[in-house]
Design a protein around this ligand. Sequence first.
Ligand code: ADP
Length: 513
Amino acid sequence: MPQQHTSIQDRVLRTGLECTGIGTWAFDIASQTLTVSATTRVLFGHGIDQPFDFHTFLSLLDPTDREATTTALDTSIGSGAAFDIACRITAPGKTSHWLRLRGGVLKDDDGRPLHLGGIVIDIDEEKRLEEALRTREEHLRSILETVPDAMIVIDEAGTMQYFSRAAERLFGYSRSIAIGRNVNSLMPEPDRTRHDGYLHRYQTTGYRHIIGIGRIVTGKREDGTTFPMHLSVGEMQSGGRRYFTGFVRDLTEHQQTQARLSELQSELVHMSRLSAMGEMASALAHELNQPLTAISNYLKGSRRLLSASGLTELDKVEIALDQAAEQALRAGQIIRRLRSFVTRSETEKRIESVAKLVEEAGALGLVGAREQGVFLRFDLDPSCDLVLADRVQIQQVLVNLFRNALEAMQGSVRQELTVSNTPLSDDMVLIRVEDTGHGIAGDIRSSLFQPFFTTKQTGMGVGLSISRTIIEAHGGQLWAETNEAGGATFHFSLPSGISADFKNLPETSSDAE
Ligand code: ADP
């Protein structure tokens, strides 16, 4: 009876399985006979009346899956282990269909395999979803691979999970070496040692060092060299775990371009000083000629006095020689200022006196003013005398403004040039250069500061544009207005030298060589 009881139980079980779409099958190893349930036939797309033996089974499989399936079954028979295989059923002219076969070996009392038996289920939808997911993932990956920025994904512990092609190129690590390593291998000290701490702190306190902010940091390549990079980090949750995605942009080229630009800029600033000097050459030659002629006259006079008077007019000779020495110093000073003005120099901001800057720039830029009949007025307020500035560059601005003012006043009846300073705010000083020239016509007002804009026949049109660049690089502004006299007033602001931030900076002596 137990035999009969068992077979009833088996039938009940099988019916239960069949009702849920799970097919059953049994294979007698000795006779190579295959027995399949009705659901199995349906799953294999095989008619109910047609014979279904082992060869039928193999023939229904997609040719590419046959070998793997028989190998899996043979292995199971040989080892007695369970098997689990996925294979495709491909009927001619139809799209293939995925099935999963699971089963095990039934052995006799001596441990010899007698039967193979198991179930078969439809996994087509699962497989198609899996495939669609894989296609989408590959698609996404191929998109990410084309992003020029390097992309790195790390887990909560800082271990790299993904390393894009661009990251391979940038850091020199191959993907297989990078994945699994701590991301701190891509950083120089001190970040290398601190990075685990940053991650830990973020997870415990939510304090962000870089996540969602983006920063310029230094990266380290596999060969140990370092480079500037912009890093932005995003956060994501997947499978209950937290991951961080970093996008890295190499800034080496950007910084080189910036350096080259500022080199060109300083070259241009220097060139324009030279050209200003060229324009002023004849006036300067005249200015130098005066002390040199005076020296020559004093020396000739002394010579005459010496030979004529036989040592009686020594006191007069002494006076003449003193005068000659004084004039020689004056000529020397002009040359020294010229030299420091045209010498190429690094930008160096120090605390400077506006009065001294104006006086020195005037010595160069206002040569010839007196001869032209210009009345000069320096209306300088000592309470806002100190500014933080590069001496030579601000002198260049003043020389430009002075030369323009002199030229603008050439045909004017009233020729007055006023330079003044006033406090603009707690930390800025305003300097004004006013003239009584022809002023600025409305239609050219907007073009004044554009490079190469000039209304002069021999003008270069770079003076004002360079001056504005210089002032802006100092954190100030330069602009022009028409004044009551109809002339032009140029205003520029500079950071005050007595602002708290600059208290510790040294003050320069303007004639220091
Ligand atoms: P440039 O002096 O070689 O022309 P700038 O850039 O120094 O180059 O000046 C540009 C133009 O601005 C001048 O050609 C002139 O038309 C105008 N300008 C500059 N300064 C004055 C001024 N003080 N009064 C009237 N116009 C001026």
